[in-house]
Design a protein around this ligand. Structure first.
Ligand code: GTP
Ligand code: MG
Length: 438
């Protein structure tokens, strides 16, 4: 990362044709650069006023624009920020950005605007990450969770956990100062219960990542099984569309077919594959192999077998056993989820089971707080482990110093989530995952 203090610029809107495209500039030279490229006098620039004008390159008019200046600290980054709203389109935006750079701006790195907002204490890390989540959200529910995080819901939950740990830490440190005063048993029990309850809350929040991950990244589900068992029919029934070819002839599906749906806010990609059998042609063999490769990359495999037929063996929680054509065997006891594409039996149950598996059974917390990335999850889980260890030490009347070590670890991990205590390297890594202009 470059040192802060210089003035950065980037195109903040997506590439491609658009009615409007925005160039964002942040840093001490923002006002001077804006005045230079628009041909205004710096003292005539009004703060937070959307002005009309042109971008000039010497005598040449580059575009007709609207522009606005937001002075520090009342801006997203906490620095002077200028925005130029020009006509969209890659060529036009590229030309105006080059003009801004020529006037003294530097190309911003990925996430550099948000990083400056964080470093100037405009937002904490959970809110910085929420911005990335909002921009990438592909369903309304994912968006709602990210918006909640931006409003500070996760931050509030973490702060409440830190308060609980600090309370316990203060009490335990008091015990170090007065070691001769042994804690009454009732007091020890209370402290132990407090640590256990705080550990439980950390673990519960960590577990919500199952749902957060599914909402954020979507899930990928592949249908597999022998030829003709009704995979394509089930695929069509699940997505509610005649997308894949269905035929009584075995070996109908050759290439795998993908479709995207949203179930309970979770973006789901379903993949129908070629039926498995010892094929009599190279093309079919290749199709079956491609299906197997695709299945290996999926979050979940539906192992489809025909009711009354050979039941496949399930290996692990990545696979769900599905019996098809249950309408043909109405009285049979079927293993797995019994479905019929014909009369739509078992489809709701199958959908629910797919979502349950992919979200690790996690649901939203009481206030709809959901952890949406591994960084947050691992620290919550670590804090939970440290707090459980602290509870064990309290119960076994271990020296207070040892309890303090565990509690300090828990506090530190929780503080890393909001960014109160975090190293530069970790910040570099985190913000490099943002895109340029954010
Ligand atoms: N009775 C009944 N027939 C079904 C059902 N699902 C599929 N079929 C029939 O089974 C045959 C095969 O269906 P497909 O969906 O093409 O099966 P597939 O597993 O995709 O077959 P391949 O692509 O060849 O591997 C068709 O004649 C379907 O009409 C069902 O739920 N009930
Ligand atoms: Mg098929």
């Amino acid at each position: 990362m470059h040192p802060a203090g210089d003035t950065i610029a980037a195109i903040a809107t997506p590439l491609g044709a658009g009615g409007v495209g925005i160039i964002r500039i942040s840093g001490p030279a923002s006002a001077r650069i804006l005045a230079e490229v628009t041909g205004c006098k710096p003292e005539s620039l009004r703060e937070r006023y959307l002005d009309y004008g042109h971008v000039w390159d010497g005598e040449r008019c580059l575009d007709e624009v609207l522009f606005v200046l937001m002075r520090a600290p009342r801006s997203f980054t906490g620095e002077d920020v200028a925005e130029i709203h020009a006509h969209g389109g890659d060529a036009n935006m590229g030309m105006i950005l080059r003009r801004v750079i020529a006037a003294g701006g530097r190309h911003a790195q990925p996430g550099e605007f948000t990083r400056r907002a964080f470093e100037n204490r405009r937002i904490d890390l959970t809110r910085a990450e929420a911005i990335a989540d909002i921009v990438n959200a592909s369903s309304e529910k994912a968006l709602r969770v990210a918006q909640g995080q931006l409003r500070g819901q996760l931050r509030a939950s973490i702060d409440a956990l830190i308060d609980r740990v600090m309370e316990l830490l203060a009490e335990t440190e008091a015990g170090i100062d007065f070691p001769e005063e042994d804690l009454p048993p009732s007091e020890r029990d209370r402290q132990e219960a407090h640590a256990i309850e705080t550990a439980r809350r950390c673990q519960e929040l960590a577990a919500s990542f199952g749902l957060g991950r599914a909402l954020q990244h979507g899930i990928d589900v592949v249908l597999r099984g022998p030829v003709n068992v009704g995979k394509s029919s089930l695929f069509n029934a699940l997505i509610g569309q005649e997308r894949a070819l269905v035929h009584a002839e075995a070996g109908t599906t050759r290439d795998y077919v993908e479709a995207s749906v949203v179930w309970e806010g979770v973006p789901v990609t379903l993949v129908d594959t070629a039926g498995e059998r010892r094929a009599d042609s190279d093309v079919e063999d290749r199709g079956i192999a491609m299906g197997a490769e695709r299945a290996a990359k999926a979050d979940l495999e539906l192992l489809v077998y025909q009711a009354g037929g050979l039941v496949p063996e399930v290996a692990g929680s990545r696979q769900i056993l599905v019996a098809s054509k249950a309408d043909l065997e109405p009285s049979a006891e079927l293993v797995g989820i019994a479905t019929s594409s014909l009369d739509r039996q078992g489809l709701d149950e199958l959908r629910a089971e797919i979502l349950r598996r992919c979200t690790d059974g996690a649901s939203e917390g009481a206030e709809g707080v959901v952890v949406t990335n591994e960084r947050q999850r691992s620290r919550l889980a670590g804090a939970g482990t440290a707090l459980s260890a602290a509870a064990g030490l309290i119960a076994s009347r271990a020296p207070a110093e040892l309890v303090v070590v565990e509690l300090t670890t828990a506090r530190q991990l929780l503080a890393e989530i909001t960014g109160e205590e975090i190293g530069d390297e970790m910040l570099d890594e985190l913000f490099s995952r943002f895109c340029i202009g954010k």
